[in-house]
Design a binder for this molecule. Structure first.
Ligand code: TYM
Length: 334
């Protein structure tokens, strides 16, 4: 904590066009903290290169992710919005924390296992040590709260373990962060395989609804969503597809599950899927309009990136200096 406000930190990788999973599980919840906390939201481009990226696409998506942050309601005057690679303290602390993270701990990360299976020809060291860089992101700002989807829970727990280990060896250095995972929306599932998380890097476009998809595309994808052989619109363990659609519908409308089930009582799957698609498309349409405006003004986005990097560095530097002193690194005046 650098001033009287507690700190919130979160990040999104610009590794694909963002989905309604990213929106409902994370970004949409970010602005609620802006008044009470000092909020840092970063575009995690350094994390993105753990999987091969086309450079021009990565650059473009970095701007787009920043624009989406703002279009989803994050006021750059109230939040520190920045790009991870613009603040080298992340890489520096990331390396240091690598030396305090155990091989066994990293080997247990389910995301590492999943991504290794998907990228068998590129199981690089960065993919393996990814959670220590994520821990560095969080710990640099003495973060109290980390709003994320449930898929990041394991990384967050490791971050807490790393911070605790460091504190135990060197004395109080890092605040131990808490995750903030909303119950509903924490895991939006694929529309084609509702046992799998909706992922921005899914190669099946019908499985993923992107924040910037056109209304027609959104409706078409929901119409094709996999359901089950029954005909009742109720949630349940054996009805993963319908449960996911109900979950998406309630997140966009603010209705409870019971209210939604009642609303669609006696209606067919076709009608229900169309209603979910329309609701989702209508909710995202103002985000898209704002996004288009922002993307037309690159200079504005660059000014935000520059201000964000300056502000982030100012605070990250303090933690990094403290860590280096504790480790026994020498310092020079330049
Ligand atoms: P990323 O880019 O995969 O996802 C960004 C955020 O979206 C959430 N999310 C979901 N929530 C619900 N349902 C889904 N299907 C879904 N898919 C993704 C994620 O949980 C995340 O909150 N390592 C992080 C980025 C990161 C970060 C950080 C996060 C880098 N440094 C520090 C928090 C703190 C990642 O890959 O998120």
């Amino acid at each position: 904590m650098f001033n009287d406000k507690k700190v919130v930190f979160s990040g999104v990788q610009p590794s694909g066009n963002l989905t309604i999973g990213n929106y409902l599980g994370a970004i949409r919840n970010f602005s609620a903290f802006s008044d009470e906390y000092h909020c840092y939201y970063c575009v995690a481009d350094m994390h993105a290169i753990t999987v091969r990226q086309v450079p021009a696409d990565l650059r473009k998506r970095t701007y787009e992710t920043l624009a989406l942050y703002i279009a989803c309601g994050l006021d750059p005057q109230k939040n520190t919005l920045f790009v991870q690679s613009h603040v080298p303290a992340h890489a520096e602390l990331g390396w240091i924390l690598d030396c305090y993270t155990m091989f066994g701990e990293l080997s247990r990360m389910t995301q590492f296992k999943d991504k290794s299976a998907k990228n068998a020809d590129n199981i690089n060291a960065g993919l393996f040590t990814y959670p220590s860089l994520m821990a560095a992101d969080i710990l640099l700002y003495q973060t109290e709260l980390v709003p994320v989807g449930v898929d990041q829970k394991q990384h967050l727990e490791l971050c807490r373990d790393i911070a605790g280990r460091f504190n135990q060896i060197y004395g109080e250095t890092f605040v131990i962060p808490e995750g903030y995972i909303t119950k509903e929306g924490a895991k939006i599932m694929s529309l084609q395989d509702p046992t799998k998380k909706m992922s921005k890097s899914d190669s099946n476009e019908n499985a993923v609804v992107r924040i910037l998809d056109s209304k027609d595309d959104i409706i078409r994808k929901f119409k094709r969503a996999v359901t089950d052989s029954g005909n009742e619109i109720v949630h349940g363990e054996d009805k993963e597809g319908i449960t996911n659609l109900l979950n998406i519908y309630t997140r966009f409308t603010g209705k409870t599950l019971e209210e939604a089930e009642k609303e669609f009582d006696g209606k067919g799957y076709g009608e229900f899927k169309l209603a979910v698609g329309e609701t989702c498309a209508d909710a995202l349409s103002p985000v898209k309009a704002e996004f288009d405006k922002l993307m037309a003004d690159k200079a504005y986005l660059e000014a935000i990136m520059a201000d964000g990097a300056t502000e982030a560095y100012k605070n990250a530097r303090r933690t990094l200096s403290k860590v280096k002193r504790k480790l026994g690194f020498t310092d020079i005046k330049r």
